[in-house]
Design a protein around this ligand. Structure first.
Ligand code: GAL
Length: 644
């Protein structure tokens, strides 16, 4: 795994560049990302280009053997362009313009912006496409950041109508599919269809779902336009940097056109900003949730045929969460090694130096704004020497996969049917439980090939793909579904019949407020469930019941169905029983410890503040780094003993 940093030569006097480059190489950094917000410096007014500074920056970095990841600058169209074509700006849900003055101020449906995006991409590629020092191109920057996937502009409306016409061909099909007879919503033409905002009450869920699908497709097609231009001029790898906890477009589809997927890992910011409990936020405020980074590593690894990396790694405190703690000593090293253990090709720190001006002046860099070295940078130097000792980081073929599906998330967001329902949180809790059993997981889409897995867990999958149950039977893969699975058609309707065994009958479901837990008895032990239950009937199939006699978990030879949102204890014990039956080895881990297996190595990570004894997990092991007592915020790495 190579190390890198995000650098902004345009923020610093040229006299500093050579020294910066020299210091980067001293820390073990070999790649530098530049240019993603530099449009106003490249083209200060239409067709007037300033290349000298960028040529010089590339030359200086290259002279120090640093390879370059160059970005298209389309996340920040300059003021002269907005003044010339104001319709580039997106409109928010209240139909107000999202003005110039920060970033990502564009609407994906603006044809004129598409033209400008292709123009500037072509110009950059004509100049640098064959530059041997540029080894990779990043398209734009973090599509969708600051809630920018959707726009309610007139162009978005027109593009949506065209998208609907292509999908449904005639208006009768659309009326039928959306169920527009309900509340007299029938349309006579596609031109009558507005965007689903500012309606008196909830818009038709099928309308909202198609708008989310359309908005996601707009991101993919915007990206594809840049990708096609880059490919025509350059053999360098193409990437885009995605975000954490972000689901507004389908990342599996984005990944299809990229050579390598990357993402931006800010474990502390996301913990503080997210839906973790107050207790968890305090417990891990300086280390991040032990599964946050891992979840996204496992997700993005499968988006681009296994090639992935971290484009921005938090090196100190960020500026954008409600509270911004600094990482505990050791965490920058730990996060980097966790990425390596999950098979990353690349880990790059955002940013090289804290900038003393602008919106992000309170965001840490590897150096502070006075150019003093930070703890994060010291750990980069250390981790680079550890990495040089880890010869093989080839990923392991995992036995267990978790299905995470973007359209499922959109559907369940549109009609959550209960304020505690949160698809991403449910998936994350399933993932945590699997990881606390010492398992290494792949995260896959609902149409991914499942034949190589022994167990595939779908925490909730409203639309079950047609052949899924059949493929699982053929490959002898056990499927485990969570609540609400099979409850919708892709048109957002209730299916006439569930896709499961014909003895499976769905009766009704209910959402439960926090605290209203239900009792479940399993092997003479009492467990609880929370927030959701499906009431089902099922004859002749093994089951575990709620205290009122309704099935809480049913399973046959091919699949299992959990009819509720399980607590950690319930899910853990269910999974232990299930994995034992199908021959998957598990190890119960402390809440602060996580493990990850590569082909030859096992990594253990301590996200807590106590020394922990891991000798049971690594008996007589040959440690390459660390040992059987793992330090607070420490890492141990050992050679995996092969089964005899
Ligand atoms: C990312 C973004 C960077 C920077 C960083 C701050 O989301 O790509 O440009 O803003 O966050 O943490």
């Amino acid at each position: 795994m190579r190390l890198g940093t995000c650098y902004y030569p345009e923020h610093w006097p040229e006299s500093m560049w050579a020294n910066d480059a020299r210091t980067m190489t001293k820390l073990g950094i070999t790649q530098v990302r530049i240019g993603e917000f530099s449009w106003s410096r490249i083209e200060p007014s239409r067709n007037e280009f300033q290349w000298e500074w960028l040529d010089k920056a590339i030359e200086t970095l290259s002279n120090h053997n640093l390879k370059i990841i160059m970005c298209t600058p389309t996340a920040t169209p300059p003021k002269w362009l907005i003044d010339e074509i104001p319709e580039i700006l997106a409109l928010n849900e209240d139909n107000q313009t999202r003005n110039f003055g920060s970033r990502r101020h564009y609407c994906f449906s603006s044809k004129n912006y598409r033209k400008e995006s292709r123009r500037i991409t072509n110009i950059l590629l004509n100049r640098y496409g064959k530059n041997p020092n540029i080894i990779s191109w990043q398209t734009d920057n973090e599509y969708g950041c600051h809630n920018t996937v959707v726009s309610f502009s007139p162009m978005a409306e027109k593009a949506f109508q065209n998208w609907l016409q292509l999908k449904y061909v005639n208006i009768e099909n659309l009326n039928k599919s959306w169920g527009n007879v309900f509340w007299s919503q029938e349309y006579n033409t596609f031109e009558q269809i507005l965007l689903p905002n500012n309606t008196v009450t909830e818009a038709n869920p099928a309308h909202s779902l198609d708008f989310r699908r359309f908005s996601s497709d707009q991101v993919i097609s915007f990206n594809n336009e840049q990708v096609n231009i880059i490919r025509a001029h350059s053999d360098a790898l193409i990437t885009h940097n995605c975000m954490g906890h972000f689901t507004s477009f389908d990342h599996y589809l984005l990944g299809e056109s990229l050579d390598i997927m990357t993402w931006d890992s800010y474990p502390l910011g996301f913990l503080d900003q997210g839906w973790s409990t107050e207790k968890e936020k305090l417990q891990w405020m300086r280390s991040g949730h032990p599964d946050f980074a891992a979840f996204h590593h496992d997700l993005y690894r499968n988006c681009s045929k296994g090639r992935w990396g971290v484009m921005e790694q938090q090196p100190g405190a960020v500026n954008w969460a409600p509270n911004n703690a600094a990482p505990e000593n050791g965490m920058v090293k730990l996060w980097t090694l966790e990425a390596a253990a999950h098979g990353a090709e690349y880990c790059s720190y955002f940013r090289w130096r804290q900038v003393p001006f602008g919106q992000e002046q309170n965001h840490a860099g590897l150096f502070d704004s006075r150019n003093e070295i930070s703890q994060g940078a010291l750990e980069v130097a250390e981790v680079s020497s550890i990495l040089s000792k880890l010869k093989s980081l080839e990923t392991f073929s995992n036995e267990v996969a978790l299905m995470f599906d973007y359209p499922a998330k959109w559907m369940l967001d549109i009609q959550p049917q209960g304020k505690e329902w949160n698809y991403e949180k449910l998936c994350f809790e399933f993932y945590t439980t699997l990881r606390r059993l010492g398992l290494s997981i792949d995260i896959i889409s609902s149409d991914h090939d499942i034949s190589k897995y022994k167990l595939v867990v779908a925490p909730s999958l409203p639309v079950i793909p047609k052949n899924l149950l059949q493929s699982a039977k053929i490959s002898n893969t056990k499927l485990l579904f969570g609540p609400r699975s099979g409850s919708k058609t892709s048109e957002y309707q209730i299916p006439p019949k569930y896709p499961f065994n014909r003895d499976f009958k769905f009766i009704k479901s209910e959402s439960l407020r926090d605290g209203a837990s239900l009792k479940i008895n399993m092997n003479d032990k009492i467990y609880y469930s929370k927030n959701w239950r499906d009431i089902i009937e099922c004859k002749g199939i093994n089951k575990i019941e709620f205290s009122d006699g309704h099935p809480a978990y049913i399973h046959n030879n091919d699949y299992g169905y959990i009819a509720t949102w399980p607590t950690y204890e319930l899910l853990k014990d269910l999974l232990i029983n299930l994995t034992e039956k199908i021959g998957i080895k598990t190890t119960c881990l402390d809440e602060n410890i996580r493990m990850r297996h590569t082909k030859d190595l096992t990594f253990a990570f301590n996200y807590g503040d106590e020394i922990l004894d891991i000798s049971k997990m690594a008996p007589e092991s040959k440690f390459i780094y660390g040992g059987s007592k793992i330090d607070p915020y420490g890492v141990s790495i050992w050679k995996t003993q092969k089964n005899k």
